[in-house]
Each structure stands twice: as C-alpha cells, then as structure tokens.
Design a protein around this ligand. Structure first.
Ligand code: NBP
Length: 483
C-alpha cells in the first residue's frame, strides 16, 4: 500500500459518485488522487479496475490522511446526513489548521452552514460543494457549485476547475458564496430541474392527447424543438425516451412505464425554503406536487371511478405544436425566474455575495438543466444585475409577449380537454398576477381586518388603518402596522 504523502487530493466514499469523481480527478494532468472507503472492498474494486488512474489507495483513515500532501484536501462523497458527519469527525481528528474538508454530497445547506461553524474553531476549512450531473457528470465533467471561504477556494478552485464540465470554453464552476451557498444553489438547481421536467411532461401530454400524435411523432417534434430556443439536454433526452420501444411488448417505452414519479427530496427542500423566504416558486411547487399526485394511486382510482364522462378533447388547430412550444418556453422562463428569485432571497438572508450571471453560466454544462437558454439568463443578469425579475429582461419580456396568446390558448385548451397542466397554468397565473393592475389581495386585506383586526394600508394616503367592523364601521388610523 502506497502511503507516502504523495496525493494532492483525496476522495472518501467510493460508491458510484465518489468512484467516478476520483477517476475524473485522476485523469487530469498534475493530480495524484488518494482514495478511501469505509468498506475496503470498494476501494480494491476501484483501484484494481482502474490501474491507469494511479490511485493512492488507503485501507484506513490514518493511511488516507498520511497519503495527502499539505495542505490536505479531501472530498467526501458519502451518503448525505449521518455518514457525512461520521467522516467529517474522522478527518477532523487527524487534519491540521489550513487543511480542507470538502463535502461533495447532496447535503442540506443548513447542515453545511452548521458544519462549517462547527469546524471553524479548529482552523480546518470546511467547504460544501454542490455537484450536479449524476454519475456521468462526475466522471466526465459535472457542474460544480462550491461554497466555503475565499481562502479555501484559492486551493480548491483550480482542482475543481480541472474536473468541471466546459461550456463555451469556460469551466462550469464558480465560487458561489460562503458557507452553505453552494449547496443552496444546487438545491435550487434541482428545484428548477423538477419544474423543467414537469413542463416537458405537460407538453408531451398535450401533443399526445389533444394533438393526437404517437410517441414516435412526438419524439420528432422534440428533436425539432431541440434545434431552436428550447434546445436543452432535457428536451434532447425526451426525444430519445419517446423513440424507445419496449423490447418485451413492442409498445412505446413510455406506455409500459408506471405513471408514478418518484423524488429524492431536493425539490421539496427548494419549496420549503422558498416558503420560509416568502418567495413564490409556484412552478417548482406544482412540479413537486404533480409527482406527489401521480404517486397516489388510491386517490386517483377513487376519483377516476366516480367520473362518468371526461370532457371532449378539443380539436387541435393547425399550428398546435408551435403553440405548445411557445407555452412551454414562456412557462420555463417563469420557472427559472422564480428559481433565481429564490437564490436572490437566499443570498440576502444568509449574506452571500452571489453573481447571478455566473450561476447561469455554470449551469450551461455538466448538469441536468444545461441549455443554451442559460446564456440568455447570463446575458440578462450581466446587462442589469438589479432587474426585479427575469421576466423584465428585454429578451425574455419579448419572448413571453410573443408567446402569450399561444400560452393562453394552450392553457384554455388543456382545461377544456381535461388535460392536467399544473405547470403551464400556474406559470400563466403567476405572470397574470404580476401583470395585473389590481389584485384581489385588497379584498383579502379587508377580510383579515374584519376577522382579526390585522389593519390595512390605503391607496390614497400613508398610514395604517382599521375599520370598526363590529361597531359603527368607521375607519380609525392605528399605530404601527401588522398588515
Ligand atoms: P451513496 O449515497 O449511496 O452512499 C454510499 C457511500 O457512503 C459508500 O461509500 C458508503 O460506504 C458510504 N457511507 C455510508 Br452509506 N455511511 C457511512 C459512514 N457512516 N461512514 C463512512 N462512509 C459511509 O453514494 P453515491 O450514490 O455515490 O452518492 C454520494 C453522494 O453524492 C451522496 O451525498 C449523494 O446524495 C450525492 N449524489 C449526487 C448526485 C448528483 O447528481 N450530484 C447523484 C447521486 C448522488 P460503504 O461502502 O462502506 O457502505
């Protein structure tokens, strides 16, 4: 076993993600990679399977730590939660001030903030890094979202840049912000991914149910869309999935898959945190809920059993697929606008100096939501970092305005045809809410004042007011405000 302090970087946790990341690191010029896994068989499997990588294998934590050159830098790729804490403790016992512990797993950003605080008195840097792109990304180049201190990024940055995906000549990595910023932005990335997938699912459903197209034909539509403004990895793989034929039955693959979507939790975290931050992320929330609805077979069966007739499916007018594309694009702009709003609010709350354009750029490669579209977002935020919403950026404002009539037609057609489009319709309602001259929130304020004396403000003068609803219904000005 080679345990001389020869490795400039180490990986702990050699399941699929850790193994692939270690191989990616080892394939880059100048890196010597130490590897360790709790169950040694996994280490042996990796090292024996990839002699070309020149791994420095360790059979114990002590050996692993001894094999790292100073400042020691180790990336943890174990199951998020208790496993991560166990490994942090093992490394922290042996590391020295200036050494760097990186958590590359899918940690909750609040845990990352707490872990960095716990580590701070020791002088050991703790860095939470969001890594997106699944196993393939880990091996060939993921999108990387590091948090942590500026100081640790000086050492870590070049290593991460060497393994990141490259989009238009730029590595898909940027120092997102301090402590939990990287894991926060990774969480929002996943939330946006949920929304994007749901919207694509709705577009497929409309093309099939209203458009009357077979999966193969819909695959052609998606492949054509992938050559225009909707170009993205998710649109590309959707075409491939729709083309797939089940070998056992000869049916389209999509028809033999049980229609109950699973999830691992980052979408839920995004919505929970957005709720805490007071940021409307309806597009993401509807996507999370749509998966939950799909996975309620008893409720679905109960209502299906009650329904005696479904609405007549509307006739698809010429240009229907183009309308769906426009509705998809406009809804997607809304979902991304909402995601970026959550990032902006998180940055304000947790004190992160986040560059929105840089985040859009690092999502252009390596990750699941990679798309040319992100260039437009980067441009919008570079041009004016202070826009109130992405919908205000000239490019997106024009795209949404141009697609608006189609968007409305599609949501109306879906409603009349009984095709569920929670993503499309919630995005349109969000847009209409922002665009409305007056919202019924005024009436809600009246209700709140009526039953709870919550007070209200007026449109025509400053101050806070309450109507004496159970008295003579005159208005009084009140001290302070609880509106
Ligand atoms: P898993 O999440 O399946 O975790 C398995 C690894 O954790 C094994 O190496 C296992 O060691 C180790 N481990 C556990 Br479990 N408890 C441990 C403990 N108490 N002490 C030490 N090691 C422990 O691995 P994965 O699927 O490769 O994912 C790794 C991380 O990457 C996770 O945080 C995951 O959420 C994240 N991830 C990210 C993406 C993405 O696209 N970014 C995709 C998939 C996963 P053992 O071999 O001894 O059991």
């Amino acid at each position: 076993m080679n345990t001389s302090a020869a490795a400039n970087i180490g990986v702990v946790g050699l399941a699929v993600m850790g193994s692939n990341l270690a191989r990616n690191l080892a394939s880059r010029e100048g890196n010597t990679v130490a590897v360790y896994n709790r169950t040694h068989a996994r280490t042996e499997e990796l090292v024996n399977g990839h002699p070309e990588a020149g791994f420095v294998a360790a059979a114990s934590v002590d050996e692993f730590v001894a094999s790292l050159a100073r400042p020691r830098t180790a990336i943890i790729m174990v199951q998020a939660g208790a496993g991560t804490d166990a490994v942090i403790d093992q490394l922290a016992e042996r590391f020295e001030p200036g050494d760097i512990i990186v958590d590359g797993g899918n940690a909750n950003f609040q845990d990352t903030i707490a872990r960095e605080q716990r580590m701070a008195p020791t002088g050991i840097h703790f860095v939470g890094v969001g890594i997106s792109g699944g196993e393939e990304g880990a091996l060939n180049g993921p999108s990387i979202m590091p948090g942590g201190s500026e100081d640790s990024y000086r050492t870590l940055g070049p290593i991460l840049a060497s393994i990141a995906a490259v989009a238009e000549g730029e590595p898909c990595v940027t120092h997102v912000g301090t402590d939990g910023a990287g894991h926060f932005v990774k969480m929002i990335h996943n939330g946006i991914e949920y929304a994007d997938m749901q919207l694509i699912g709705e577009a497929y459903d409309l093309l099939r149910t209203v458009g009357g197209l077979r999966p193969q034909a819909i695959a052609d539509v998606f492949a054509a869309w992938n050559k225009g403004p909707l170009e993205s990895y998710l649109i590309e793989i959707t075409a491939e999935i729709l083309r797939q034929v089940d070998a056992a039955t000869g049916e389209p693959f999509v028809d033999v898959v049980l229609d109950q979507a699973g999830s691992k939790g980052t979408g839920v975290w995004t919505v929970q945190n957005a709720l805490d931050l007071g940021i409307p992320v309806g597009g993401i929330a509807e996507a999370v809920f749509a998966r939950a609805v799909s996975s309620k077979p008893a409720q679905r069966a109960a209502v299906r059993g009650l329904v005696t007739s479904r609405p007549e499916v509307q006739k698809a007018e010429p240009g229907f697929a183009d309308d769906v594309a426009k509705a998809l694009y406009a809804s997607k702009v809304v979902a991304y606008a909402q995601g970026f709003d959550a990032i902006i609010a998180g940055a304000e709350k947790y004190g992160w100096n986040i560059h929105k354009d840089a985040i859009a750029k690092i999502w252009r490669g390596g990750c699941i939501i990679r798309a040319g579209f992100l260039n437009r977002i980067a441009e919008a935020y570079t041009e004016n970092p202070d826009i109130a919403t992405l919908l205000e950026a000239p490019y997106f404002a024009q795209a949404v305005t141009e697609g608006e009539a189609a968007w409305r037609r599609i949501v109306a057609t879906a409603a009349l045809s009984g095709v569920p489009v929670p993503g499309f319709s919630s995005a349109l309602s969000y847009y209409d809410s922002l665009a409305a001259e007056r919202l019924p929130a005024a009436l809600i304020q009246g209700q709140r004042d009526f039953f709870g004396a919550h007070t209200y403000r007026r449109t025509d003068k400053e101050g806070t007011f309450h109507t004496l609803w159970s008295g003579d219904r005159t208005e009084i000005e009140t001290e302070g405000s609880s509106h």
